[in-house]
Write a protein that binds this ligand. Structure first.
Ligand code: NAD
Length: 515
């Protein structure tokens, strides 16, 4: 009898990588270096407990890839964590950082322990000892940890202090997600929810949702879910349902979130809120809402319930809330998914800002941080959306394809010893059209631009993308000479003029201009 074995977390991560590598036609050689992790350190260390006994804990730090910069990734304290899962999460961090364009590789760390059963004293001893054990790998230029499940800003402050004691001076940039008092960043706490909010609003714009007030259901009213709900409500959406591990509440007319927060403080959960009906978590997922935000735990939308989801779009706040089997079902049902890899990337983006601020010892106002977060995450969203539309693949696969391409490029460029090289629009954004150029005459000069930009100007791209891309195109073109910079908008005008008055010019020009 054949025995069915479930894929491990790392095997699943490798399968996702394989699918993305297939999309971009990555060579076998390039796959070899990216399919496995670069470094994995296992440490066993003793900690004296409050009762005088000694307990030996096991921990890990794994770096998947450092081609684009120092490794970046959280530290998780959880009783059932395994090396396999840490490797999978490290690989996910490589793709997440690359997908949003951060100059980082990917890493993850963990200690197998139950933090809620440790006293603050034991937690501090465990953390300092673990930090000492992994100190050979971490540091501002090498690998920068952050909080994850079971750890928090306090844990990060202990790690930073331990690294600083070894160095003899404060090394604030050694971790992110620290309290503001020791070099943390404004806006870090709300960052994952804020990023999810920005992308939900962009998704609604792209979908041209014309509901008067789009409705929202949030599963998991914790750090990510609560800020997403609050910020979406502030943006004018109507949050009609939220839940936590004990159950949820629903009011089709909308929830009073301030009153709900008071109720939650007193009762320790959202259930029983007077101004709404109690519902279960599975019921919440299937509500007829515009936006569903699963922000609790993994595997909430699976092949079992994906067919019954009634939301128009899903913003995947929690990592892996949608199972690999559910992805194609949602895609076929035309439910728009903003995948975890960008939906909750606000956290790592503001962590990046924190690291930059620490390195410069110059701190920014929260407003500036939010503006920069908006820019970085929205740009990533449109890059991924564009790849998804052009390659006719779902948003998750598009995000992976883009990320894997960027990491592969970084590896190839270094190996070839070329340093930097111009990247065509096709390579940068994964277009499938041939690399051709279009000639624009400005005065007595002839300027060539990638034909892909002309496509954008022609409006051949999906609605909603055109203006964003027109702006992006001329901010990012590969020829960065001042001269061209000055003429960017003239190129746009002349191209439009050509299109209106001489539409055959593009076709006539192309054969000669092909590279
Ligand atoms: P959290 O512990 O603050 O909140 C989780 C919420 O989900 C809680 O309300 C909890 O009661 C609820 N919950 C737990 N199990 C549930 C279940 N089975 N059904 C319904 N609700 C359940 O955690 P968080 O920091 O908000 O993280 C949530 C998710 O977002 C995780 O997947 C995490 O990895 C991811 N994430 C968090 C951050 C961050 O900075 N906090 C950043 C990126 C990704």
């Amino acid at each position: 009898m054949a025995v069915e074995t479930r894929a491990s977390a790392f095997q699943t991560a490798q399968r996702r990588f394989d699918a993305a590598a297939d999309v971009i036609g990555l060579s076998d050689d390039a796959r070899l270096g990216l399919r496995d992790v670069k470094r994995e350190l296992t440490v066993h260390f003793p900690v004296r407990m409050d009762d005088g006994s000694v307990h030996v804990f096991t921990g890990w730090r794994v770096q998947h890839n450092i081609s684009r910069g120092p490794a970046k990734g959280g530290i998780r304290y959880h009783p059932s964590i395994t090396l396999d899962l840490v490797k999978a999460l490290a690989m996910l961090m490589t793709w997440k950082c690359a997908a949003v364009g951060l100059p980082y590789g990917g890493a993850k760390g963990a200690v197998a322990c139950e933090p809620s059963k440790l006293s603050p004293n034991e937690l501090e001893h465990l953390t300092r000892r673990y930090a000492t054990e992994i100190a050979i790998l971490i540091g501002p230029e090498k690998d920068i940890p952050a909080p994850d499940m079971g750890t928090n800003p306090q844990v990060m402050a202990w790690i930073m202090d331990t690294i600083s004691m070894h160095s003899g001076h404060s090394v604030t940039a050694s971790v992110t997600g620290k309290p503001v008092d020791v070099g943390g960043s404004e806006g870090r706490v709300d960052a994952p929810g804020r990023g999810a909010t920005y992308l939900t609003l962009e998704g609604l714009k792209y979908l041209h949702v014309d509901d008067e007030t789009p409705t929202v259901a949030v599963q998991g009213y914790g750090q990510v879910g609560r800020s997403t709900a609050r910020l979406l409500a502030e943006a004018g959406l109507n949050v009609v349902a939220v839940s936590d591990s004990r159950g949820g509440v629903y009011n089709p007319k909308g929830l009073d979130l301030a009153a709900l927060d008071e109720h939650r403080q007193v009762r320790g959960g959202v259930s029983g809120f007077k101004k709404a009906d109690n519902i279960t978590n599975p019921e919440l997922l299937e509500l007829p809402v515009t936006v569903l935000v699963p922000a609790a735990v993994q595997d909430q939308i699976t092949e079992e319930n994906a067919g019954r989801i009634r939301a128009r779009m899903i913003t995947e706040g929690a990592n892996a809330a949608v199972s690999p089997e559910a992805d194609p079902i949602l895609h076929d049902r035309n439910i728009f998914l903003v995948p975890d890899i960008i939906a909750n990337a606000g956290g790592v983006i503001v962590s990046y800002f924190e690291w930059v601020q620490d390195l410069q010892a110059f701190f920014w106002e929260e407003e500036e941080i939010n503006t920069k977060l908006h820019h970085v995450i929205t740009r990533a969203f449109y890059e991924i959306l564009h790849t998804s539309v052009n390659k006719r693949i779902d948003m998750r696969l598009a995000a992976y394809a883009l990320a894997v391409q960027r990491v592969a490029n970084a590896t190839t460029v270094k190996k070839a010893g070329v340093g930097t090289r111009p990247v065509s629009i096709n390579e940068r954004y994964g277009f499938e059209m041939p690399v051709r150029q279009y000639e624009v005459k400005i005065g007595d000069r002839v300027i060539r631009i990638d034909f892909a930009w002309v496509r954008l100007l022609l409006g051949l791209e999906p609605r909603g993308l055109k203006w964003h891309w027109t702006r992006e195109a001329f901010q990012n073109d590969t020829d960065r000479s001042n001269d061209l910079a000055l003429t960017r908008w003239r190129i746009v005008l002349v191209t439009w003029w050509d299109l209106l008055h001489n539409p055959n010019k593009i076709r006539a020009n192309l054969p000669e201009l092909e590279r």
